[in-house]
Design a protein around this ligand. Structure first.
Ligand SMILES: Nc1ncnc2c1ncn2[C@@H]1O[C@H](COP(=O)(O)OP(=O)(O)OP(=O)(O)O)[C@@H](O)[C@H]1O
Length: 244
């Protein structure tokens, strides 16, 4: 079963076509990499999948629900970590956890929240206001909030930038672990070498179009390559961006 199903997704911002008839899917229990050059349409696609922006046309399904027709069911089941997470500046780290637990009705959230803060080395910042946190710490708070309500589908937009090596390793481990437990993770990143070992599925966008969607093995077969994800990326996007 696919946790994410995108069919002919189009998004226009005025005269800019950010997504031009994208179709792809991501199987449940998979970590998928959403990659592509700057301006390819990755953030637009993720935001549409979370129900934050509406498509100009096309159909988007997440966790078995139509994003346009059943937005609440979708929002209850997803978590979204944007590249610059907007926190509540006047809430403390712990109050963020309380807020998420309340919004998503997570019962007995305290042990899990404490564990997440410990894993992310945020225990010392438990009572700090969001406005007092470093960029990496803000990202960690957003990650802790994302995990707290045990979402079925997680969207991460450039999650690794700003994190220290220990946090990068932890985030990758937790993504793989969540996927092994049945969750689905779509991660957008330019740091191909860092996501290579956890992503089983590849979605490559360029200029609002989907150049490839499938497993890493299928990509290797289709493009007859044994190279790294980075080499594959250049091979697949070659030509598609050459006249930019
Ligand atoms: N709110 C907006 N208003 C107008 N144009 C937008 C808006 N958001 C995105 N765009 C445009 O849509 C296109 C796709 O942008 P998007 O942010 O989805 O790309 P991306 O693949 O995430 O890029 P990057 O790797 O640089 O983050 C770009 O041309 C961008 O300028």
């Amino acid at each position: 079963m696919n946790a994410i199903e995108v069919t002919d997704f189009r998004k226009e911002y005025g005269s800019t076509v950010a997504a031009n008839g994208l179709s792809f899917s991501l199987p449940r229990g998979t970590v998928g990499a959403l990659i592509g050059p700057n301006g390819a349409g990755k953030t637009t696609t993720i935001r549409a999948l979370c129900g934050i922006i509406r498509p100009t046309s096309g159909a988007l399904q997440v966790a078995g629900f139509d994003v346009d027709q059943e937005p609440l069911q979708v929002k209850q089941r997803v978590a979204y970590v944007p590249d610059d997470p907007p926190l509540f500046e006047t809430l403390t780290v712990w109050e963020h956890m309380q807020f998420i637990a309340s919004a998503y009705q997570v019962r007995d959230f305290v042990p899990q929240a404490e564990e997440l803060l410990a894993q992310l080395h945020l225990e010392g910042k438990r009572d700090a206001l969001a406005s007092e946190l470093s960029r990496g710490m803000r990202q960690k708070v957003a990650i802790a909030c994302a995990y707290l309500h045990n979402p079925e589908v997680l969207f991460f937009d450039e999650p690794l930038t700003g994190l220290d090596p220990a946090a990068i390793r932890l985030l990758k481990q937790t993504m793989s672990h969540r996927a092994s437990q049945g969750a689905t993770v779509l991660v957008s990143s330019h740091l191909l070498a860092l996501v290579e070992d956890i992503c089983k599925h590849l979605i490559i966008l360029s200029r609002g179009q989907c150049l490839f969607s499938g497993s890493i093995e299928q990509a290797r077969e289709q493009y007859a390559t044994t190279g790294s994800l980075e080499e594959m990326f250049f091979q697949i996007t070659e030509g598609a961006t050459s006249d930019e």
